[in-house]
Design a protein around this ligand. Structure first.
Ligand SMILES: Cc1cc2nc3c(=O)[nH]c(=O)nc-3n(C[C@H](O)[C@H](O)[C@H](O)COP(=O)(O)OP(=O)(O)OC[C@H]3O[C@@H](n4cnc5c(N)ncnc54)[C@H](O)[C@@H]3O)c2cc1C
Length: 471
């Protein structure tokens, strides 16, 4: 007799998928990196429980826009908010502002959170934890540093306070000559303020080589309507005043009156809770991560300013905190913690800023940094028109190109000019990522028409000069 086989369903349970769907993702910090992790994770895992804990009053804002808010380019600081708490909550992402994470307990997969409004502490469990605690300004132990009208610029509140104070004063001191203070210098000069900038190094913007930094410094002094004084090779040692700052003394004995000070003398990564939890730090002092943004402890990721990066040219660890990098790292962390696979290859430290009409940009290694890393460098500095000389809006660009004598590999580019200096650096940074040589750069087919460049682009002029120097 023939047996009848009853049909039946086989149910296969994908436990990993189920786990991912109900995964509890906890993120510490919510500005650039943390906000990116939350948004990307939500797109990848629509049912995961996602929470951001931040001691800040806002999430997802553009600190990079603060100097332009202070300058008065726009009136409402809310324009700096990329995505509000309410918008995150509409995507079912829990936002806990004014909540500081005080401890990570990796064995229990918990964190301890302190509500800064009422000082209450509580535990929160996680399946995956992301540390995006960023960086904070470094403030040396100046005497009287707690006087009123002495600021650092990091948060929205800092920006609001600096703008409000700037409007009431005439004499301002900037400590440090990095990107942020160059942007503030423009803001203050455009508002008609007298500014004294004090820089420890021989030139401002010391990430650039001195030949380029000195050109930037000269441009600033020539384009400030006599409002700017730059003191280099010196440091501020003491602030004077009873309640509000009234003056500044430097280590070399300069003294001058001031009504307001902004200290932007570098930043440091926020690693205290990570270090306390036993997470490995790198040689730069920032959190060590692999290319998947994983820390040394399972299921804990780190991204943004708090973690160390790999320099793509030298393949060595570096700490260059930038918003552009924080966003990319946040995305990679999210993909991996949600079960995918993506790598973050490293950085070139590509950056751009401006003072008035002067665009200032660099990518890769400066010559001095390349030499510190042991490269035998060859470099050229070329100044050329940015478009055909007969075009009405023609401007000069100065480009410095650095190469390795042995391999002929391009190591870095620095460009300044009232023309499109940053576009030149961006083009070269694609080549830097691909590790191209001077000869290969000469083979790149660049565009030309009179309103856009010269028939021989400055990139090719510089590469041609480098090639002849190398041979
Ligand atoms: C004025 C200014 C201009 C800038 N301009 C540029 C620019 O033009 N281009 C560019 O690429 N970059 C720029 N940057 C740098 C850029 O803003 C940062 O690289 C970027 O914000 C880093 O993002 P992040 O999320 O890693 O860290 P952060 O922005 O530092 O955010 C970290 C957050 O974590 C919170 N946090 C820290 N510890 C805890 C804790 N224990 N518990 C809870 N919360 C915690 C902090 O309060 C903070 O809100 C600028 C920065 C400033 C200040």
């Amino acid at each position: 007799m023939r047996k009848t086989v009853k049909p039946y369903w086989v149910i296969v349970i994908d436990f990993e998928l189920l786990q991912n769907l109900s995964m509890k993702i906890v993120i510490i910090g919510g500005v650039a990196a943390g906000a990116k992790v939350a948004a990307k994770s939500r797109r990848l895992l629509p049912d995961a429980e996602i929470s951001i804990y931040t001691q800040d009053t806002h999430v997802s804002y553009s600190a990079c826009g603060l100097p332009y808010y202070i300058q008065g380019n726009f009136e409402d600081w809310r324009k700096l908010i990329v995505r509000s708490k309410e918008e995150f909550e509409k995507s079912n992402i829990n936002i806990h502002i004014r909540h500081r994470v005080v401890k990570i307990l990796p064995i229990d997969k918990k964190i301890i959170v302190k509500n800064l409004e009422n000082d209450e502490q509580f535990f929160v469990n996680y399946d995956k934890l992301v540390i995006a605690t960023g960086s904070v300004p470094r403030v040396a132990d100046f005497q009287n540093k707690n006087l009123k009208n002495i600021f650092t610029l990091k948060t929205l509140e800092d920006g609001i306070a600096i703008r409000e104070t700037m409007q009431r004063v005439n004499n301002i001191t900037l400590i440090g000559g990095g990107y942020i203070n160059i942007e503030l210098l423009e803001a203050f000069v455009k508002n008609g303020k007298n500014v004294t900038l004090v820089e420890r190094a021989p030139f401002i913007l010391s990430v650039f080589d001195e030949d380029i930094a000195s050109l930037i410094q000269n441009y600033i002094l020539e384009n400030c309507s006599g409002l700017v004084k730059i003191i280099t090779d010196d440091i501020v040692s003491e602030f004077l005043g009873e309640d509000t700052v009234k003056g500044v003394l430097t280590a070399k004995g300069s003294g001058f009156e001031t009504e307001m000070v902004v200290i932007s003398a570098g930043v440091r990564p926020v690693v205290d809770i990570a270090e306390d939890a036993g997470i490995a730090l790198g040689i730069t002092g920032a959190i060590k991560v692999n290319s998947r943004m994983e820390t040394s402890i399972n299921d804990i990721y780190a991204c943004g300013d708090c973690c160390e990066k790999i320099n793509m040219i030298s393949n060595t660890p570096v700490w260059i905190p930038l918003g552009s990098t924080a966003n990319k790292e946040g995305r990679v962390a999210a993909v991996n913690l949600c079960g995918g696979s993506e790598d973050f290859e490293g950085i070139l430290g590509s950056a751009v800023t401006r003072y008035m009409d002067l665009n200032i940009s660099l990518s890769g290694l400066s010559e001095k940094n390349a030499q510190k890393l042991g490269y035998d460098t060859v470099s050229v500095v070329v100044t050329k028109k940015d478009k055909a000389g007969y075009m009405p809006e023609v401007e000069n660009i100065t480009l410095k190109l650095v190469a390795d004598r042995r391999s002929h590999r391009i190591l870095g580019a620095q460009a300044i000019g009232c023309g499109d200096a940053d576009k030149k650096v961006n083009s070269i940074s694609i080549g830097l990522t691909q590790r191209i040589t001077v000869e290969q750069l000469l083979d790149v087919d660049l565009t030309y028409a009179p309103p856009f460049s010269t028939s021989v682009d400055i990139i090719h002029s510089a590469a041609r000069m480098l090639k002849s120097k190398l041979s």
